[in-house]
Design a protein around this ligand. Sequence first.
Ligand code: 9UX
Length: 67
Amino acid sequence: MTTELIVSGMTCGHCQTAVTKALQSVPGVEDAAVNLAEGTAQVRGPADPQALVAAVRDEGYGAQLRQ
Ligand code: 9UX
């Protein structure tokens, strides 16, 4: 399964790396791809969507699920 998120507040490649690592640390995540230019993230694996949102927000960025 894939979960899409809208991520706000990323302005540089370090932000992109921070969000990627935050998502990859969530249980169930098999792969996370963060698009800096679009402000989106695609996460593959059986992770809890709300845990993904929380992980990004804990890192200091905005996040919401994209339906
Ligand atoms: Mo550099 Mo990205 O401070 O926030 S990590 S702009």
